[in-house]
Design a protein around this ligand. Structure first.
Ligand code: GLC
Length: 577
């Protein structure tokens, strides 16, 4: 093994609890003996300087498409601005294995990078001596609660960091373990959950006496409010594609079990029901925002992840047997979903003005106000917040209800999946620049904006003491979102925006011991109940740095725009199409 990721000889010991509900004792996941030579991913040659153009000056489309069209070659270095510290952007293990050209010695690596790798490696969780994920937080000062588990969504930035560093094994193991957990029968009281549901998290229990490891999973039954994670299955598919893109190893995705896993996830979201919209109907708290926050209905985060998972599955599913029918259903849904989102969730100055002038009680296929939104329900803040230049996908659209709040993850994932057209992606970037203080503040980045307070907070959150105004999910600032911002900025051709946010993060994140989130209008205060050494804050920073260093990494997580999915932007087109 070329890297030192296993330099922590003792497997992490996780505390035993009595809450074990579903167990798997199987250590021999299918495909564990796959014949891929991971060593070939390491490039023993010195990294080369390829050009003297800055990233800002280069054609980003070229950079992105180079990563999108083919598996990643062994690591190569795209040259970035001279003000960027090239060596600093290399992760420690690569630095030791590469003879660095002399010019680089003038630059000192940012000390946070070494800190971050050390902390990330400490967070690795082992199952029968194999790395299978990273623990959510390793805060020695706080009660661990469920932060001692491997969360599917939290592992994504860790996985990307490992893939970008040429260490795919942990990602493969994680994908296979999650798949194994998916296949367990999932019951809550007398009710059986859908076959395709992926766990929110899992925990490894080590029995030092019997020398056995056991894995237990949480599908939402232990979570506060008992909400199942809709995002987990989507992240699993997205990660499977990232792994495949990064390694060029199609054998994992081609395995019958992986193909079946994807079909089970898709069966849950492509099933016919009473829907009149192509968007996915969800319960409150079913994603990263995993407590009641008024995101029930059609939350933007889920719609963007749904779109991305559909597109990822499309690229991974084999067009044979059942796969063929799924591919047809995916195509139809993608078309309808992109039209719906671009048309009804998109808000800019012109669209806000249209909604402001909506008539209500329109009854016919020619209705302009299709969801019967009452203009009086538009909150005052949005009129001041929305600049003339810029726009974004709003939080939620359902009958007579538009949630105008900004949600960062949904918007950045919309850019990465090309749910946003290139014009919309640029408009989101314009908004970031225009509303820097509100959306980025001192410590990037606001998960949502603005905060709910007073009566609204009481009604919507159910008086949640963790989600008070400008804290946690209620417009708190989460460093993990930095990786999504960076990827979205590179895709939209605006890397300088990400660079500015990263510089801000570097002033404090490590000194503050990698908090989970920050509080306050400007995100200036370490969060009230924030864990320290939160793994996805650490991994998110590393991924952001590595992507700026080598923008072709974007190919793992970005999808190109498909022109044919562009809807005709006339407001009544859906009825005449
Ligand atoms: C919090 C977050 C959730 C995350 C978990 C573990 O509950 O809301 O998104 O997965 O912590 O870090």
């Amino acid at each position: 093994m070329p890297f030192n990721m296993y330099s922590f000889p003792k497997p992490l010991t996780l505390e035993t609890t009595s809450e074990a509900l579903w167990k798997t004792n199987d250590s021999h996941a299918p495909g564990d003996n796959g014949s891929v030579d991971f060593g070939k991913l390491m490039d023993p040659r010195p990294r080369q300087l390829e050009s003297h153009h800055s990233l800002d000056e280069r054609s980003l489309n070229d950079i992105i498409s180079s990563g999108l069209s083919s598996p990643r070659p062994p690591r190569q270095l795209e040259t970035v601005k001279s003000s960027e510290c090239l060596e600093a952007l290399l992760s420690p293990s690569i630095r030791t294995s590469v003879s660095t050209p002399r010019e680089y010695h003038a630059f000192e690596p940012h000390p946070m990078i070494a800190d971050a790798w050390e902390a990330l490696r400490k967070s690795v969780v082992y199952f029968r001596e194999k790395p299978v994920g990273t623990i959510a937080a390793l805060d020695p000062t706080e009660d661990s609660l469920n932060y001692n588990q491997v969360f599917v969504r939290d592992f994504v930035p860790s996985a990307l960091a490992f893939l970008m560093n040429g260490e795919p094994e942990i990602v493969k193991n994680f994908l296979l373990k999650a798949l194994r957990l998916q296949s367990i029968e999932k019951r809550i009281d007398c009710f059986t959950l859908g076959e395709g549901v992926m766990p929110a998290s899992f925990k490894v229990l080590h029995d030092p006496v019997r020398k056995t490891d056991t894995m237990i999973a949480d599908f939402g039954e232990s979570a506060i409010g008992r909400v199942a994670p809709v995002d987990s299955g989507f992240w699993w598919i997205i990660l499977l594609r990232a792994y495949t893109k990064s390694t060029g190893d199609h054998t994992l995705a081609d395995m019958a079990d992986c193909q079946r896993g994807m079909r089970l996830i898709l069966t849950l979201c492509l099933a016919d029901g009473f829907d009149t919209f192509p968007t996915l109907l969800c319960a409150d708290g079913c994603c990263m925002v995993d407590r009641r926050m008024g995101i029930y209905g059609y939350p933007i985060e889920i719609q963007s992840l749904f779109f991305m998972a559909l597109r990822s599955a499309k690229s991974l599913m084999k067009p044979e047997g059942e796969g063929k029918e799924f591919l047809e259903r995916i195509d139809k849904r993608l078309h309808a979903l992109s039209f719906h989102m671009r048309e009804y969730f998109w808000l800019d100055h012109v669209q806000l003005n249209n909604i402001y002038r909506f008539k209500t009680e329109e009854y016919s296929h020619t209705a302009v106000n299709k969801f019967n939104v009452i203009p009086d329900s538009i909150p005052d803040w949005i009129f001041d917040f929305l600049p003339l230049k810029g726009g974004f996908f709003i939080g939620n659209v359902s009958p007579a209800r538009m949630d105008f709040r900004w949600f960062a993850i949904g918007n950045f994932m919309a850019i990465l999946s090309s749910l946003a057209t290139s014009e919309q992606a640029s408009a989101i970037m314009d908004l970031m620049e225009e509303r820097w203080e509100e959306l980025v503040g001192d410590m990037p980045l606001k998960v949502s904006y603005p905060a709910m307070e007073g009566h609204e907070w009481r009604i919507v959150t159910g008086c949640d003491p963790k989600n008070t105004r400008w804290s946690y999910h209620n417009a708190g600032s989460w460093p993990v979102i930095l990786w999504m911002l960076t990827a979205a900025c590179i895709k939209a051709g605006r890397p300088q925006i990400a660079r500015r946010a990263i510089e801000q993060v570097e002033t404090r994140l490590s000194k503050d011991q990698w908090p989970e989130y920050y509080d306050g209008k400007l995100g200036r205060y370490v969060g009230k109940q924030a864990r320290k050494f939160q793994t996805w804050s650490i991994a998110g920073y590393l991924v952001a740095k590595m992507m700026l260093e080598d923008p072709s990494h974007l190919g793992m997580i970005g999808l190109e725009e498909v022109k044919r999915m562009k809807p005709q932007l006339t407001r009544s087109a859906s009825w005449t199409a």
